[in-house]
Design a protein around this ligand. Sequence first.
Ligand code: UDP
Length: 328
Amino acid sequence: MRILVTGGAGYIGSHTVRHLQAHGHFVHVYDNLSRGHAASIPAEIFTQGDLHDLSKLDHVMATNQIEAVIHFAAFAQVGESTKNPELYYRNNVAGTISLVEAMKRCNISKLVFSSTCATYGNPTVVPIVEETPQKPINPYGKTKLIVEWMLKDLCAAHKWSCASLRYFNAAGASPDGGIGEDHNPETHLIPLALSAAAGRSKFLEIFGTDYPTPDGTCIRDYIHVDDLANAHRLALEKTLPGEHLCLNLGTGKGNSVYEILNAVKDITGKAVPFTIGARREGDPPALVASCKKANLRLGWEANYKDIREIITTAWRWHQSHPDGYKTR
Ligand code: UDP
């Protein structure tokens, strides 16, 4: 298939680009580099451009004879979305409207959309199934849910095939250490814990130890970025015309913050210095996916089932790229 990957220079996007190419697909990346890294993708398959630049979008789709789109380009920080919601509605919602209008003009009707477990808000029952009511508690989750609604209507009206993939906690890096996670600022637990273990920061602050979980810290479902990439390819290949397929992507297993710090210690051989801080606003106690539907519909399951294997790949990337893509 000839696939346009928006946001393909980002963390999950760049791993998906590699995965698609390895499976024989033609890939072109469209990214404005506001958060992504040109170094994470081959230069010859890249166009720098914005979702709001309609003529550029049309041109890229037409000249590359695009047949399908995987749409990652979005902002994804919960805290930032609370402080600057207009940024999120403009980029995530208006940007996607531009994209689907360009797709319509170019007769492209296949789309895989990067959604999130943040659309569920504070679910009371885990593991979370796809039918769990979606009640997002921050602007980031709301913008993703609005797009899901729009895609559902497009599928019904125009017989498009769309998949909304609701990721849990993306983690890890390419096993060869060539590409990995590089956010600025970094807010995610695993890269921050690795930095603290490596002595590059003084300590990691644990956001709350008084949650109703066995050890008092939050539980998350960490899923390897290459397993996410594989699910995008399968969703593209298997979604039917007129269908809006919504799938959770996780391992089905949760790990607490303390469990992550222990795993980091085992892998790096260094204890993670930490302090205990207050709860972070908007953090639900436990988010764990039920992955039954993805397994049934795509034949997909996570290859990386053990958090230690995931952290091993993140550590390899961290060691070879201590300053991310800026490392020479
Ligand atoms: N967390 C933490 N300290 C940090 C960053 C994260 O204790 O410096 C906790 C956070 O409260 C959450 C878990 O680690 O329970 C995963 O957070 P992350 O930001 O990696 O992902 P999120 O679940 O917010 O998408």
